[in-house]
Design a protein around this ligand. Structure first.
Ligand code: RB5
Length: 140
């Protein structure tokens, strides 16, 4: 799949861990930055990633900041985006199964690298259950 990814300075450490996992899984990665620890504004990176997903140029997006909160707030301003901030494997699985999330948000200062790796693997391999959940996500 085509995966757009972006982070701010608070998320760069975790993005460096996620990138090789995406490569190992065989995904085509579209990295929208940032690439350094210099302070940047996370909404710009959320916008870049979400536009790729909303326009159908990428299948999914991954956004990483310090907490994941700012990225998820900014991402959900795009009406075609269903961004989920996930902290554990249950929310990772359910955000795909029930909410058909198309953007995964992670907090690098909250979620450790081992758990983050498992969240990414779970999120990317869980299908939307559709059925009653489809009509619900079509309501917003
Ligand atoms: C940056 O210090 C931090 O505010 C940002 O990474 C993120 O946590 C915002 O929600």
């Amino acid at each position: 799949m085509k995966i757009a990814i972006g982070c701010d300075h608070g998320g760069i450490s975790l993005k460096k861990i996620v990138l090789p996992i995406l490569a190992e899984l065989g995904h085509e990665v579209h990295d929208q930055g940032t690439d350094t620890e210099s302070s940047v504004d996370y909404p710009l990176y959320a916008k870049a990633v979400c536009e790729l997903v909303a326009e159908g140029k990428c299948d999914y997006g991954i956004l990483i900041c310090g907490t994941g909160i700012g990225m998820s707030m900014a991402a959900n301003r795009n009406e075609k985006i269903r961004a989920a901030l996930c902290f554990d494997l249950y929310t990772a699985r359910m955000s795909r199964e029930h909410n058909n999330a198309n953007v995964l948000c992670l907090g690098a200062r909250v979620t450790g690298p081992g758990l983050a790796e498992e969240i990414v693997r779970t999120w990317l391999t869980t299908d939307f259950a559709a059925g009653r959940h489809l009509q619900r996500i079509e309501m917003f």
